[in-house]
Design a protein around this ligand. Structure first.
Ligand code: CMC
Length: 379
């Protein structure tokens, strides 16, 4: 039997063949289905990008119109889901609420007709349509308010901000939210996508696939980092405190949140786009002292850690943007999930097309031939 070298974190080991996205970590290049992220951020919309990721091609005008209309007409959630969410503890994390609600959605559609294109299309539409509604519903219900209905006159991102903040958003805010969703929609074989593919490979339903990926995304080393970035900027408090803060992190060998990436060894191209969007937002709605702190952090980290290839990642500027859009800190990672549903569904579909159940091996480093000791003799 072939014995492979054990690689912690499976670094560098391909877990699938995929045509969905491509990253060149040395050049800072990210493509979805071969199209550069900068071009999609400038010209596309989140729903068009989702279509591209999931069906592998840009939609025609008619295909996009039909896809959008199907999604818009499925944005409401069932009252049983809403009632279930009402009983969640208010102090619970919105990612946990989202994971439970996405899994619960599967209770209504547990028919696993995975090779029927109609089943696949319905699942894609339902998940993309209802995940933002669930995030917004939990946010309002934990404040003691009833969730508000989706607004048929608003597009995907504008409607999400409307349901979350209970007022129609400024067009620039909606546009920026839509670009943020495009930037977070897909990113090759990261932890949550791997989780989605492993779950998909058992031929369970897509709601379980998305629920398991949401659970994986929530950790602070993955999607949860954007929350921690804001907490870190608040703790630093002023531009003068940046250098001592970074020195202390380096002395203690603790990670600086929003920096570093397993694949990128230069600045993450998404961080560059997000930084540009932050500037547009601050120019329109007023500056933010945390942006100045962030810029100083980028300078100091580059000075001290560029030799290790540590630069800002996608989570560094996204939190600043969401904060300026009035979004509570613990909703940042659910927004990442709203976007990444598109990528997870693309991987679900790709996994099904050539499925083999994931069953890796392990390197056993435990004992053998250990005698069972009676309970009264144990220490
Ligand atoms: N701050 C300080 N040093 C760092 C950082 C950081 N953020 N990231 C990596 N390093 C150092 C690390 O100490 C190590 O140094 P040495 O070789 O001297 O021991 C070297 O760089 C390699 O680090 P690693 O931990 O082996 O790298 P990794 O590929 O396992 O980890 C990472 C990648 C993203 C988990 C890590 O950079 C990190 O924890 N960053 C902070 C959390 C964060 O921002 N996460 C969001 C990631 S991007 C979005 C996403 O994937 O969801």
């Amino acid at each position: 039997m072939l014995v492979c070298e054990y690689k912690p974190g499976l670094e560098g080991i391909p877990a699938a063949q995929s045509a969905i996205s491509y990253v060149d970590g040395l050049q800072g290049l990210l493509e979805y289905r071969g199209i550069r992220i900068e071009e999609l951020a400038e010209k596309s919309t989140f729903l068009e990008t989702s279509y591209l990721l999931i069906w592998g091609k840009l939609p025609t005008k008619e295909e996009l119109h039909d896809f959008e209309q199907e999604i818009y007409s499925h944005r409401r959630i069932k009252y049983r889901i809403r009632d279930m969410m009402k009983s969640f503890p208010e102090s619970g994390h919105p990612m946990d609420a989202l994971q439970a609600s996405a899994a619960a959605l599967g209770l209504f559609y547990s028919r696993r007709d995975l090779h029927n294109p109609v089943y696949i299309r319905d699942a894609v539409v339902r998940l993309l349509a209802t995940i933002p509604t669930m995030v917004a519903a939990f946010q309002l219900m934990r404040k003691g308010n009833d969730p508000i209905r989706p607004n048929d006159n608003l597009d995907y991102s504008a409607n999400f901000l409307y349901m979350l903040n209970e007022k129609e958003p400024d067009p620039l805010a909606s546009k920026i939210m839509d670009v943020c969703l495009i930037l977070h929609a897909e990113h090759t074989m990261n932890a949550s996508t791997f989780s989605a593919r492993v779950t998909a490979s058992t031929l369970t339903d897509p709601y379980a696939v998305v629920a398991s990926a949401v659970g994986t995304l929530g950790g602070p080393l993955h999607g949860g980092a954007n929350e921690e970035v804001i907490q870190m900027l608040e703790e630093i408090g002023s531009v003068e405190n940046v250098r001592p803060y970074i020195d202390t992190c380096l002395e203690r060998k603790s990670k600086i949140m929003g920096f570093g990436h397993r694949v990128y060894k230069v600045k993450d191209p998404r961080a560059t786009i997000l930084q540009d969007l932050s500037e547009q937002l601050f120019a329109k709605f007023g500056s933010d002292k945390y942006y100045d702190i962030a810029l100083e952090m980028e300078r100091v980290v580059e000075e001290k850690l560029a030799h290790k290839g540590i630069y800002p990642n996608v989570d560094f500027y996204s939190g600043l943007l969401y904060r300026k859009l009035g979004i509570p800190t613990d909703i940042f990672t659910p927004i990442f999930a709203i976007a990444r549903v598109a990528g997870w569904l693309a991987h679900w579909k790709e996994q099904l097309a050539e499925n083999r159940i994931f069953r890796p091996t392990q390197v056993y480093n435990g004992q053998h031939e250990v005698k069972y000791s009676p309970i009264e003799e144990r220490e």
